[in-house]
Design a protein around this ligand. Structure first.
Ligand SMILES: [Zn+2]
Length: 465
């Protein structure tokens, strides 16, 4: 019997635009089998692994649903038309619309993802903490891959110095909240995903509530208090964290899966004193580096959602862009870890600023002065010592006139070069390292020690205008 199969739009492109397929067949099964024989790439769409017709595919002979006429064994007459009708997702979550099937086509044909995997991505949720260098590629690929709900949390606004690596933003976005701009961009990449934006600082008061709403946490933060906060909250909530950090030409990535591997505190029980480890703002970061590291984070996140491959649990992947080398270190869970160990002492979130030695705002305010104040004091010829605590190579690029250079690392041994009675204004690149110097000196008998808010960066900006 000669019968025709009418091809739906979603499948047509896989058959070179063909709208109808003619064949000789006695049953629907024979007809579909000869279609697949001619176009093997259709099998994935029509049949599941156990060779059953997929739930979202309905077959009609003329205008009768074959479920009512004997299923695939429905007999055919000469001139019958078989119509393939894929479901077009309306409301039920997890289904894919015809348009989504086309969008995710290259995923659907991979057995490791397939239709079930793509639906799993669609029904999953990921929180991206920090939409900066790492959050940019990570969130873009998560959206493109079809993660159903993406949360973005960041309180920063776009700055000119972000643009050399945070390619979600353009010059026109300067001054706008990052999460707002990023949300619009991600929806342009893939309008099928839902984006939640939180323009706020993640802290102990909101972390559990926000993190609890997501399946996977992607940590792309740039400061220690938030890293410990994200870690502790995730351990308490038993959520996986895809963790990464970048500095200059180097990046690190790992996955923390509570109870299955170590956590951030197993690795680093204590944070370094503030100012000791320079941030990207102080040490710089190679602009393309985060695209590699953030993309690895997206890969690990998608693997976790799909449950495929070998996640980076208990392994720290290190990347050196200058040497173009990857290295891997084994990480071990610490049984005595205060948060994920066998007898945890941290059972609730703590004050992470205090834990990381970041000063309380009040105390910091009292010891800080504005650049304008320093300019005024210098103009008045006031008796004071300007102290630069950066490294010599930074000092050589530019410094405040007559500033004395004592790098933070040498402050302890060279403290007697300073007069404890004199008014001292300390500065660094943007106020981080100098705040440590101010704390140290005020604890060692210096009575009039001030930190220059905004550091030499702000000084240079104001002196240029
Ligand atoms: Zn731990």
């Amino acid at each position: 019997m000669t019968v025709a199969i009418s091809i739906p739009g979603a499948l047509r492109q896989r058959m070179g635009g063909k709208e109808e397929f003619f064949t000789q067949a006695r049953t629907v099964r024979e007809a579909i089998n000869s279609l697949i024989k001619e176009y093997p790439q259709l099998r994935e769409y029509l049949f599941s692994d156990n060779d059953r017709l997929r739930n979202f595919i309905n077959l009609y002979v003329n205008d009768e649903d074959i479920r009512t006429t004997g299923g695939l064994d429905t007999r055919l007459k000469d001139g019958d038309i078989i119509i393939i009708v894929p479901s077009i997702a309306g409301g039920s979550s997890g289904d894919l619309s015809t348009k989504e099937m086309m969008r995710y086509d290259r995923h659907l044909i991979m057995p490791e993802v397939g239709f079930e995997g793509q639906k799993r991505l669609k029904s999953s949720s990921v929180l991206v903490v920090g939409v900066g260098g790492l959050g940019t590629p990570a969130s873009t690929y998560l959206a493109a891959a079809g993660i159903g709900r993406i949360g973005l949390i960041d309180f920063d606004r776009v700055e000119m110095s972000n643009l050399h690596r945070q390619v979600l933003y353009t010059e026109e976005d300067i001054g706008r909240p990052k999460v707002e701009v990023a949300k619009v961009r991600l929806l342009t990449v893939n309008p099928n995903v839902h984006v939640d934006s939180y323009q706020t600082k993640l802290d102990s008061t909101n972390a559990l509530k926000i993190l609890n709403d997501y399946d996977v946490i992607l940590d792309g933060t740039d400061n220690f208090p938030t890293r410990y906060l994200v870690n502790d909250a995730s351990v308490l909530l038993k959520k996986p964290v895809v963790h990464a950090s970048i500095f200059r030409f180097e990046g690190q990535v790992t996955v923390f899966l509570p109870t299955k591997g170590p956590c951030y505190r197993c690795l680093y029980p204590e944070p370094p004193p503030p100012g000791l480890v320079p941030t990207c703002a102080e040490g710089g970061v190679f602009g393309v580096l985060p695209s590699v590291i953030g993309s690895i984070q997206a890969i690990e996140t998608i693997k976790l959602v799909l449950g495929i491959g070998e996640p980076l649990i208990g392994r720290l992947l290190m990347f050196d862009a200058l040497k173009m080398k990857f290295r891997e270190l084994r990480l071990r869970r610490d049984e005595s870890c205060p948060v994920c160990g066998s007898n945890p002492t941290i059972r609730d979130l703590i004050d992470y600023d205090e834990f990381c030695g970041v000063h309380s705002a009040d105390r910091q305010d009292a010891q800080e002065i504005e650049v304008e104040t320093l300019i005024q004091w210098l103009k008045e010829g006031r008796q004071l010592q300007v102290l630069d605590v950066r490294e010599p190579w930074e000092y050589n690029i530019s410094h405040i006139p007559n500033a004395k250079l004592i790098p933070l690392s040498e402050l302890r041994s060279r403290i007697n070069e300073l007069d404890p009675e004199e008014l001292i204004v300390a500065y660094c690149k943007n106020g981080g390292r100098s705040s440590v110097a101010v704390k140290y000196l005020s604890e060692h008998g210096f009575k009039q020690i001030k930190n220059l808010r905004g550091g030499i960066d702000l000084w240079a900006k104001l002196n240029r205008n």
